[in-house]
Design a protein around this ligand. Structure first.
Ligand code: URA
Length: 219
């Protein structure tokens, strides 16, 4: 697996590992799954925001002193890959006020096993924006590639896309870095491998089902 300098894996602090230990535990209830996933998602989003372009901004403090600060120098938007990507919108709303959020629906076709595009609704001026592409699970990479290709077709430069991800498989990372060398990837873990059903190992189970409570018990 090749990881280039565009791939940012969160520092494996004790705190992050403790959060992972809760969300990966098969016995964790939905409320805890959501709460602790959100804490990891927040770290992913904070790291992603740091990859945006900034410019200098000097402000005067209440003490009358000048502070040489920074401000984001880019128009932003997020695009969530339905459904799991929508889990990241909640924390994003706490970090950036009023960020437009586009949607992409891509699902694996049961017969061909290939990702099938169904729907998208994106900001009209998306080609001028830096895009946080929200997709917590990167398994085979098929839907991620379909989503990134759509953004590129809409005119978003590859270097302006940040793929925000909670768990990635080595194969998924390999495919993305080979195909899109300019793409930023932010993840909290690269897993060991995929099983025959394309679940990550050790993994987390079905993230969307656990986050949105459509399947209470994962075995
Ligand atoms: N999607 C998930 O929700 N989990 C995986 O392990 C792989 C894809």
């Amino acid at each position: 697996m090749s990881v280039n300098e565009k791939v940012h894996i969160l520092k494996q602090t004790k705190q992050l590992r403790a959060l992972h230990s809760i969300v990966r535990n098969k016995d964790t209830c939905q409320a805890d799954f959501v709460f602790y996933s959100n804490r990891i998602i927040r770290q992913l989003l904070e790291t992603s925001l740091d990859l945006l372009p900034y410019e200098g901004l000097n402000v005067i403090t209440p003490i009358g002193q000048s502070y040489e600060g920074l401000t984001i120098n880019a128009k932003l938007c997020a695009v969530s890959v339905i459904r799991a990507g929508e889990s990241m919108e909640h924390e994003l709303g706490h970090l950036v006020k009023g960020m437009p959020i586009g949607k992409i629906l891509i699902q694996r076709d049961k017969t061909t096993k290939k990702p099938k595009y169904y729907y998208s609704h994106l900001p009209e001026d998306i080609s001028q924006r830096h895009v946080l592409l929200l997709e917590p699970m990167l398994a085979t990479g098929g839907s991620a590639i379909a989503a990134i290709d759509l953004l590129l077709e809409k005119g978003v430069p590859e270097k302006n896309i940040i793929f925000v991800n909670l768990l990635a498989s080595p194969d998924g990372i390999e495919r993305l870095t080979q195909k899109y060398p300019q793409l930023y990837v932010v993840t909290s873990s690269i897993e060991r491998e995929l099983n025959a059903d394309a679940y990550m190992i050790p993994g987390i189970g079905d993230f969307g089902d656990r986050y949105f409570g459509t399947q209470q018990v994962f075995r």
